[in-house]
Design a protein around this ligand. Structure first.
Ligand code: AMP
Length: 221
């Protein structure tokens, strides 16, 4: 298989994470999800976690230099002899992050990425985020939605039976702030990647299976 590098791009709640997980297991590429990496760091109370906690919980973006360092470390650990590519989910989220990634990929001699742009209107995003529940078992990581993908037993994961939980930043207040951050700092990346002819648009209002089909067709994998 030739090297494939994919960036999942879009507002919170558009379904990037669900799709990135599916594509990652379908084509066996590492899924690098900065949101999860940062939440782990917060749980472990690492230096990054302590610096990031307040930003994350209030729905703000973590400062660029912290996330850029994190991605630099991650990419250098996965770039080995059997490297076949990566799936980035939630990075980059600002123009300086995108520039840093471009430089990093150039230095590491990696192929240009395909950027999958998953979009949906705000009403859908806020409704989806506030209904989202996650499996507390990190190795499982299943994602549920109390409206469109209810667990069979309330509060329990269908796959591994662990407890489900709601993210602190999936409350209405934090979601509103996350969307504000998205429109001011992240949305300009759409134009950034369109100009570089790297962008593929998919309709995030559709059901998860249909969105996945669109993505697989576009990627031709
Ligand atoms: P997510 O799980 O992708 O929704 O990310 C959750 C939170 O982690 C975001 O609201 C930010 O506070 C932080 N975060 C994740 N990725 C980034 C990034 N690339 N740049 C800045 N902050 C980030």
């Amino acid at each position: 298989m030739k090297e494939i590098n994919i960036i999942f791009f879009g507002p919170p709640g558009a379904g990037k994470g669900t799709q990135a997980q599916k594509v990652s297991s379908e084509i066996n590429l590492p899924h690098i999800d900065t949101g999860s990496l940062i939440r782990d760091a917060i749980k472990k109370e690492s230096t990054l976690g302590k610096k990031a906690k307040e930003f994350v919980e209030s729905g703000n973006l973590v400062p660029d230099e912290l996330v850029i360092d994190l991605i630099g470390e991650k990419l250098s650990t996965i770039k080995n002899g059997s490297f076949k590519g990566f799936i980035l989910d939630g990075f980059p989220r600002t123009i300086p992050q995108a520039d840093a990634l471009k430089n990093l990929m150039k230095t590491m001699k990696l192929h240009k990425p395909t950027v999958i742009n998953v979009q949906a209107p705000d009403e859908i995003l806020v409704t989806r985020l506030s209904a989202r529940r996650l499996c507390s078992n990190k190795a499982c990581g299943a994602i549920y939605n109390l409206i469109s993908k209810k667990p069979i037993v309330e509060g329990k994961c269908d796959v591994c039976k662990s407890d489900l939980y709601q993210r602190k930043d999936d409350t209405k207040e934090a979601c509103t702030q996350r969307l504000k951050e998205y429109y001011t700092k992240t949305a300009p990346l759409e134009e950034y990647y369109r100009k570089q002819e790297l962008l593929i648009n998919v309709d995030g209002t559709k059901g998860s299976a249909e969105v996945y089909k669109q993505i697989i067709n576009e990627l031709e994998i």
